[in-house]
Design a protein around this ligand. Structure first.
Ligand code: HEM
Ligand code: HEM
Length: 185
C-alpha cells in the first residue's frame, strides 16, 4: 500500500487508440450484422476488430507499463481478495486494471477472436448452420460482457472517486486514495 499524490501516466497512446477503435469497430459490426445491404461494412468492421485484437495480444507482451498482461493477469487469489474487499466495503484500489476488470478484458478479447474467426468461416461458407450459430453466439456473448464491462467502469469510478473514462482518453490518473499496486508496478 502506498499513497500517490501526483498524476500517473497509466495508459499509453497505443492502448488508448486500441480501446476506442475497438469500441467503434464492435459497434459498427454489431449494428450492421442483420442486413445483407450492410454486409461489406460488417465484414470490414469485423476484420478491423480482428486486427486490433491481434495488435493488443502482441502489445500485452511487448508493450510497457500497465498495458502488459503480466501487470494485470488475474489469479483466483487476486480475484477472491478483490471481491472480498468489495464486500467489506473497502475495495482494493489498483492503479492499472483491477482483477475483476481484467477478467472482463480477457473475456472480451476471447469473444472477439471467436466472433471474428467464426464470421470469417461463415463468410467463406464453412461450417454451415452451426458456424452461423457460433458466430451469433460469440457476438452476443461479447455484447453481454461489454454491458458488464461498462457497468464495472461506472461502479469502479464511483467507488474510487476517479474518472476512469477520462483516464482511458487522456492516459493520466490522479491517485487520491491508498493504492494496491499491480504485481510488477
Ligand atoms: C464495444 C465496447 C467495448 C469494448 C469491446 C471494450 C473493451 C475494453 C478492453 C479490451 C479494455 C482493456 C484495455 C487495455 O488494457 O487494452 C477496456 C478498458 C476500459 N474500457 Fe472499455 N470497452 C468497450 C466499451 C467501453 C465504453 C463505452 C467505455 C466508457 C464508458 C469504456 C471504458 C473503459 C475504461 C475506462 C477502461 C479502463 C478500465 C480500467 O481502468 O481498468 N469501455 N475496454
Ligand atoms: C468481430 C466482430 C463481429 C461481430 C460482433 C459480428 C456480429 C454478427 C451477428 C450478430 C450476426 C448475426 C446476424 C443475424 O441475426 O443474422 C452476424 C452475421 C454475419 N457475419 Fe458477423 N460479426 C463480426 C465479424 C464478422 C466477420 C469478420 C465476418 C466475415 C469475415 C462476418 C460475417 C458475417 C456474415 C457472412 C453473417 C451472416 C450470417 C448468416 O447468414 O446468418 N462477421 N455477424
Amino acid at each position: 500500500m502506498n499513497i500517490e499524490a501526483k498524476p500517473i501516466r497509466v495508459w499509453d497512446l497505443p492502448t488508448r487508440l486500441f480501446h476506442w477503435s475497438l469500441v467503434a469497430s464492435f459497434a459498427i459490426a454489431f449494428l450492421t450484422a442483420e442486413s445483407e445491404k450492410w454486409r461489406d461494412i460488417h465484414v470490414a468492421a469485423g476484420y478491423t476488430l480482428a486486427g486490433l485484437i491481434t495488435f493488443r495480444l502482441l502489445w500485452g507482451f511487448v508493450g510497457g507499463g500497465y498495458s502488459r498482461f503480466a501487470e494485470f493477469l488475474p489469479t483466483p487469489r487476486t480475484i477472491v481478495d478483490y471481491i472480498k474487499s468489495l464486500m467489506n466495503g473497502k475495495p482494493q484500489h489498483y492503479v492499472g486494471h483491477n482483477p475483476a476488470g481484467a477478467v472482463a478484458i480477457f473475456l472480451l478479447l476471447g469473444f472477439g477472436v471467436a466472433a471474428a474467426g467464426s464470421g470469417w468461416a461463415v463468410y467463406e461458407n464453412m461450417g454451415g448452420h452451426f458456424m452461423e450459430e457460433l458466430h451469433e453466439g460469440a457476438s452476443n456473448g461479447m455484447m453481454a460482457i461489454v454491458v458488464i464491462h461498462i457497468a464495472g467502469v461506472i461502479v469502479s469510478s464511483w467507488l474510487h472517486h476517479e474518472n476512469l473514462v477520462l483516464a482511458m482518453i487522456t492516459g493520466w490518473k490522479k491517485m487520491r486514495t491508498p493504492t494496491h499496486e499491480n504485481p510488477a508496478g
